[in-house]
Design a protein around this ligand. Structure first.
Ligand code: GDP
Length: 440
């Protein structure tokens, strides 16, 4: 995410390294570079210009007031201004209604349907809501099927009416059904077109008028850069939406949309999509995003994601097993599946400060666990339960069964033994730095 911008900004800050203080001259040079980096990231020209002007003013103003070195001061000011540009504080969605109705708008392919599913799952699991998803795309039967599949996957009912060609009626009927069935939240996924089109706009305006949503979210593909910003403007002029959802931030998006949209439409970004899986949705926090843009990682979000996936009860049980040295390959498998649920591996790694950059050119395969899983699946239940059973001949059988080599099996068992030792040490009052020390 934003790797290029991150690298370019860092290079700009280097220009101030070794300088005794910020001066008109060195700040101008640095900010020229920062502005170019922003423009190359597809940030709107006017925004880039006013951004660097503000940073300049602040840098010269704060120069004498701080003990920070010029380059550190510049990083801090740029960080705060980036956060400001993206809205500075996090803005929640309104889900107070009974039922509350959320209308989802955007172009075709922006990720509306995927987001509708993700949002339903998030509000169900984190805010104890009982959502109903509504398929209002009367043009593409495939869109209805897609929503039904997602609904099934996350255990959320989907309202659709393939006979009807009237989105207003479908939405109204859905709300009636929600009231009758006790769904306190209705998420209406609408039809999109490939480009802005008058008929589509009229249709969604009519739906808005008929159902009076408490929240209208505009979904946009962050990979489309300035186009995303222009589309946002047109949708906002017609719908006066409440918030923006930026999707596909896991791709190599340059960052322009994330940085420009807020100033252009004056509406907050509320969520970001970071993958195709239903769990790959983050609440948007401007300051954390600024951290990530500047390569400072986003450890807070990483920890939150981990907490979401790891069940406290399970964790306690696991801790007991570890303390008794009973951690086995079944536990290992379930750990792998929990990590996989947290999302794309490279994306996760990039949330750790400093790691994103180090991994820039490293290909982390999301199938990295496949080989490991295949080996464990080739073990008998007894072997998984009691790894010490696995002797030489068993290793050969496991290797053959999983299509791997004996070396692969040996390596996994060795890693497993080491993990087990480390975990035991940690539960015995060891700490993270001790563990890190042992790993290195
Ligand atoms: P819609 O036409 O607006 O409903 O768009 P879809 O929800 O069908 O999404 C279009 C494509 O983008 C699908 O292949 C999705 O899997 C993919 N997609 C949606 N959100 C994300 C995201 O955050 N990251 C990635 N990598 N893909 C996404």
């Amino acid at each position: 995410m934003f790797e290029n911008l991150n690298e370019r900004l860092e290079r700009s800050f280097q220009l101030l390294k070794g300088q005794g203080k910020i001066t008109e001259i060195n700040v101008a040079e640095t900010l020229k570079d920062v502005r170019r980096a922003l423009l190359d990231a597809d940030v709107n020209f006017t925004i880039a210009k006013s951004f660097t002007n503000t940073v300049k003013e602040k840098a010269l103003g704060q120069n004498v007031l701080t003990a920070l070195k010029p380059n550190q001061l510049m990083v801090k000011i740029v960080h705060d201004e980036l956060a400001e540009l993206m809205g500075s504080t996090q803005v929640d969605i309104n889900i107070e209604g009974k039922p509350s109705v959320i209308l989802i708008a955007g172009l075709q392919g922006s990720g509306k349907t995927t987001f509708s599913g993700k949002l339903a799952l998030l509000l169900k699991t984190k805010r104890a809501k009982n959502p109903l998803l509504v398929a209002c795309d009367v043009y593409r039967p495939a869109a209805i099927d897609q929503l039904k599949v997602l609904g099934e996957q996350i255990g959320v009912p989907v309202f659709a009416d393939i006979e009807s060609k009237n989105p207003v009626k479908i939405a109204k009927d859905a709300i009636k059904q929600a009231k009758a069935n006790g769904n306190d939240l209705v998420i209406v996924d609408t039809a999109g077109r490939l480009a802005i089109d008058e008929e589509m706009m009229k249709e969604i305006e009519a739906v808005k008028k008929a159902i009076e949503p408490s929240e209208i979210l505009f979904v946009v593909d962050s990979m489309t850069g300035q186009d995303a910003v222009n589309t946002a403007k047109e949708f906002n002029d017609r719908l006066d939406f409440d918030g923006v959802v930026l999707t596909k931030l896991d791709g190599d998006t340059r960052g322009g949309a994330a940085l420009s949209i807020r100033s252009i439409v004056n509406k907050p970004i509320k969520f970001v999509g970071t993958g195709e899986k239903m769990e790959a949705l983050d609440v948007f926090h401007p300051s954390r995003m600024a951290d990530r843009i500047l390569g400072m990682g986003d450890i807070v979000s990483l920890v939150e994601r981990a907490q979401d996936q790891f069940d406290a009860d399970e964790a306690r049980k696991l801790q007991k097993k570890i303390a008794k040295n009973q951690f086995n390959f079944n536990d290992f498998l379930s750990q792998i599946s929990q990590i996989k649920k947290m999302g794309n591996l490279k994306d996760l790694a990039s949330m750790i400060p400093g790691v994103g950059k180090a991994l820039k050119n490293v290909d982390i395969d999301d199938d990295a666990f496949k080989g490991v899983e295949a080996i464990i699946f080739s073990m008998t239940p007894a072997e998984r339960e009691t790894p010490t059973l696995i002797n030489g001949s068993r290793r050969k059988r496991i290797a053959d069964g999983s299509g791997s080599t004996i070396q692969d099996v040996n390596r996994l068992i060795k890693q497993f033994d080491e993990t087990r030792k480390l975990m035991k040490m940690m539960t015995k009052g060891g700490n993270m730095s001790q563990m890190m020390g042992n790993m290195g």
